[in-house]
Design a protein around this ligand. Structure first.
Ligand SMILES: Nc1ncnc2c1ncn2[C@@H]1O[C@H](COP(=O)(O)OP(=O)(O)OP(=O)(O)O)[C@@H](O)[C@H]1O
Ligand SMILES: [Mg+2]
Length: 236
């Protein structure tokens, strides 16, 4: 049998996630299969509660599935312990959360430098790298600002810079334009696209924003914990 998953950076097979909710169980994912290939930008869309964040969290090793297999670069992460997962996350994955999760007491520069300082084998000088990324995202004149001194769009770009700090091969973004106006959303989107193309980063974006989805190479639709559509070719 021809196997497709040799080159898949992210391979998801028969993944389910059952969450306890009081006395009942929520079937957040009901058997998801998908492959995402190196350098792709893929959007995951679907109604609220359809399992998008759950799926992204599983791919990012923030949680483990109830059943099924998730491979990152051919390595099954579903059997890993917390330490091993942390290592995979640090080495391979940048995560942009639905809410920015910036540290309020740190400046933009310090927020971005932090993951480099935490890396087991840092690849960059934290301050230099943080400055370069903030400049790339158009925030060169905001490095000393704290999150409360930045606009929503600027905070989101700091969060993107932080997710990119260790140059992860995989970037996962949950609603990166969710709380932004059209103009800030566009800046964020263009930054993501630029980074994907320049660094050949594999990008998975969860979004409600069909405009954002149309920027990606491919869209996957989740409804009620299941993928309902095969890849749709989007036109530019
Ligand atoms: N910790 C939890 N405990 C119980 N149920 C949960 C938990 N987290 C999520 N769920 C349920 O799992 C389902 C999927 O949630 P998920 O957050 O993945 O949806 P989503 O597609 O990201 O939605 P949104 O677009 O609103 O962010 C929902 O029905 C939700 O209520
Ligand atoms: Mg969500």
């Amino acid at each position: 049998m021809m196997s497709n998953n040799n080159h898949a950076v992210i391979h998801v097979s028969e993944v389910t996630k059952v969450l306890p909710m009081g006395k009942v169980k929520v079937h957040a994912l009901r058997g998801v299969d998908m492959n995402i290939y190196a350098g792709e930008m893929v959007s995951v869309i679907g109604p609220s509660g359809s399992g998008k964040s759950t799926l992204l969290g599983l791919i990012g090793g923030l949680d483990t599935p109830t059943s099924g297999v998730i491979e990152i670069d051919g390595i099954d992460i579903t059997r890993m312990n917390e330490d091993q997962l942390t290592e995979i996350r640090n080495e391979k994955i940048g995560f942009i959360f639905q809410f920015f999760n910036l540290i309020p007491t740190l400046t933009a520069l310090e927020n971005v430098a932090l993951p480099i300082q935490f890396a087991r084998k840092p690849k960059f000088n934290p301050e230099k790298r943080a400055r370069e990324l903030l400049e790339l995202l158009g925030l060169g004149d905001r490095v000393r600002h704290r999150p409360s001194e930045l606009s929503g769009g600027q905070q989101q770009r700091v969060a993107i810079a932080r997710a990119l700090a260790n140059n992860p091969p995989i970037l996962l973004a949950d609603e990166p334009t969710g709380n932004l106006d059209t103009e800030s959303g566009k800046v964020v989107l263009e930054a993501l696209k630029q980074i994907q193309q320049e660094s050949d980063t594999t990008v998975v974006i969860v979004t409600h924003d069909t405009h954002l989805a149309s920027f990606s190479d491919r869209t996957i639709t989740l409804v009620d914990g299941e993928i309902i559509s095969t890849p749709i070719q989007t036109s530019a």
